[in-house]
Design a protein around this ligand. Sequence first.
Ligand code: RFL
Ligand code: PHB
Length: 393
Amino acid sequence: MGNQRTQVAIIGSGPAGLLLGQLLHLAGIDNIILDRVSREYILGRVRAGVLEEGAAGMLAQAGVAGRMEAEGLPHEGIAIAFSGQRHRIDLTGMSGGKRVIIYGQTELTKDLMDARLAAGAVSIHEAEDVLPHDFDGDAPYVTYSKDGTSHRIDCDFIAGCDGYHGPSRQAVPAPAIHTYERVYPFGWLGILAEVPPVSEELIYANHPRGFALCSMRSRTRSRYYIQCAADEDVDAWTDEAFWEELKRRLPAEAAEQVVTGPSFEKSVAPLRSFVAEPMRFGKLFLAGDAAHIVPPTGAKGLNLAASDIHYLFEGLREHYRDGSLAGLDAYSARALARVWQAVRFSWWMTTMLHRFPDTGEFGQKIQEAELAYLVGSQAAATALAENYVGLPY
Ligand code: RFL
Ligand code: PHB
């Protein structure tokens, strides 16, 4: 058994774990990141694409904003489409000047990984059987095995940044944790294609055949989604069938502009809202998807990971600098207050834009009335804009 010692053991090398690791490193706080899979595997995952200014600011604080600033696309509005029409929501005009930035999670993760490598900080990939221990006491530790050898990392704190399926939340005794969950009766079928996006801004489309989203990764790379069955068989979808279905769900003037081409990624994501409370158990802190999941409709998953890390990092820095536990004691309540706002917004966007099995004629009319109110009322559009660009930390 190999023994190691660090100040903060971080389980999970996604955006949450990497961001925390880099901020701690810059503050002179020693940390080790453990992940079950390889660096290449993580960089092969296609996920979120929309960053709030707060999340972009966190990347700047971590010293990795250069490529995002050069290659990211600032957006000042989105379109909401329904009943054959597209309507622009002026995000920037209605939020006091805030913008969002289109920059893929894959790129952001790569930037953070490169910075960590350059800093010489320790990341252990392909670590098996990772488990947090004794976080209720004063001497927490994490065990794992690698290449057939067992290891133990003694630490002051454990950050559980290991996603929805990770071991951190599962290590908490059931009576100590309360979970809230809603599983939506559909999924999103998404593709990436090397074609210019249909529009300069994202289009969120409500249609009787189901929701569709036109997004992008760059001026030459498009990301499109269509609502599908939760258990949809990806392999049953040819590129041609996907493009046909996407176009049917867009206003005719937009459908005509869609540039099609071969997809190089195609996958189905389930939609779920989930929150675990609290987010702190003694010396174990949950952050990001380990503590909560939102449906992607509000583009909040990655942004919540960033705001959690903001609160957690501030708490840890204060502790190591001043010996105070105040920030760490406040972590769970602070993070959860913002999480629930994003959970509500993501649920609302999902409900307004998708076809549910029981939507029916009445439900469809109610959706249309809500959409008409949204695009016809300055107050309603402002509420969407304020949430979409991100509530303050
Ligand atoms: P991550 O990115 O899931 O990283 C968790 C890391 O923990 C590792 N891990 C383990 N490590 C050690 N031992 C174990 N036993 C472990 N089990 C897991 C994993 O390998 C992984 O590297 O969580 P993090 O850092 O909290 O970041 C959160 C974001 O990734 C997430 O909120 C978003 O990507 C959610 N999400 C989307 N959000 C959006 O805003 N827009 C999107 O379009 C969007 N698409 C998506 C998504 C999430 C998806 N998932 C989770 C399947 C599409 C998908 C498919
Ligand atoms: C994406 O580009 O992947 C994306 C954009 C906006 C969303 C969800 C996903 O709401």
